[in-house]
Ligand binder design. Structure first.
Ligand code: NAI
Length: 309
């Protein structure tokens, strides 16, 4: 069964090159009308150019429909204008791929507060602003698909990327709450951790790996996650042709009787508390509290209100 994006309006931020460009081209090939957003700066976010315009020309040459937008995702009013313009031209906005990003890698010891702030601003605030600018429209339409671009750095950490990792895991937290708030309006929100040979990774990957991790291989995951039948709340990893899921999980809570709730009691139980077994991924923050209380019930036989379980 082929997956179509006909009659859908999509915004892809940072789509002037790299992964975003591939998403925009394929969305347009499959019938979407695409807003190609890109400030067109360098890898560290300085400067600007007409990168977005070039991608629009490519889409149009291939018979697709697109408009360019050179706004920075860090400017909320410009994100609102981008959405308003798309609505005026095409009547709605159905898909948002938050992809724009910058790098300012340094060890934490050498990282200046401005480098931290800037990277968090582009990735985390930029994605929050673009999502917020689309949110009301998506609610009104009872249709929305939002993809956050996370990273293995956010999920698992990476040397020299404290600013980037903080922003990227922040995006997963944003996705997890938006998918809850959007559920009743048919707004689905997912996170993608790509691995791709782009200008962002050109001096980080060995030459062979750079070729192997062709960004086109990330496109199937990204487009599925913003398609009509997309799941919600997924965290997906994609690169080179390999695809996986990731979860934020917890083990079973260990219930300590009152007399053992001391620092020493916690230390004595640490092996059990930190055991990587019986893991499950709560679907909301409230489920974590529920799971803690279940542990109490298991030990004491009483529920939260003191009633027998
Ligand atoms: P890229 O540097 O080719 O693409 C990022 C694009 O975002 C650039 O075209 C840039 O001009 C644009 N951009 C930067 N600041 C902007 C702003 N304020 N407003 C609008 N556009 C802005 O790099 P790549 O690899 O394609 O990255 C795409 C996304 O994937 C980024 O969020 C990146 O962090 C993420 N990612 C990439 C990985 C990889 O292996 N290439 C790994 C993990 C995550």
């Amino acid at each position: 069964m082929s997956i179509s994006f006909k009659d859908k309006v999509a915004i892809v931020t940072g789509a002037g090159g790299g992964l975003g460009r591939e998403y925009a081209l394929e969305l347009a090939r499959r019938g979407a009308r695409v807003v190609v957003n890109d400030l067109g700066g360098s890898r560290d976010g300085t400067g600007h150019s007409d990168m977005a315009l070039q991608v629009v020309e490519e889409i149009e040459k291939a018979g697709g429909e697109a408009v360019s937008n050179g706004a920075s995702v860090t400017e909320y009013d410009q994100m609102e204008k981008m959405v308003a313009d798309a609505k005026q031209k095409w009547g709605g906005v159905h898909i948002l791929i938050n992809n724009a990003g910058v790098l300012r890698d340094k060890t934490f010891a050498k990282m200046e507060p401005e480098d931290f702030e800037f990277v968090v601003k582009v990735h985390l605030l930029g994605s929050a602003y673009a999502s917020k600018a689309c949110w009301e429209t998506m609610r009104e339409q009872s249709y929305g698909r939002i993809l956050m671009t996370a990273s293995s750095t956010g999920l698992f950490g990476n040397f020299g990327q404290a600013n980037y990792g903080a922003a990227k895991l922040g995006l997963v937290g944003l996705a997890k709450t938006l998918q809850l708030e959007g559920a009743k309006y048919n707004i689905k929100v997912n996170s993608l951790a790509p691995v791709a040979g782009t200008r962002m990774t050109e001096d980080l990957f060995p030459e062979e790996a750079f070729k192997l991790f062709d960004p086109v291989n990330v496109v199937p995951a990204a487009l599925y996650l913003v398609s009509e039948d997309a799941p919600s709340n997924a965290i997906v990893g994609a690169g080179a042709g390999g695809y996986h899921s990731a979860w934020v999980e917890m083990n079973e809570a260990v219930w300590l009787p009152e007399g053992e709730r001391t620092v020493e009691g916690f230390a004595a139980n640490w092996a059990k508390i930190s055991e990587e077994s019986n893991l499950h991924a709560p679907q909301s923050g409230a489920e974590q509290s529920g799971a803690i209380l279940q542990a109490m019930q298991k030990v004491t036989g009483t529920g939260p209100s003191g009633t027998r379980g």
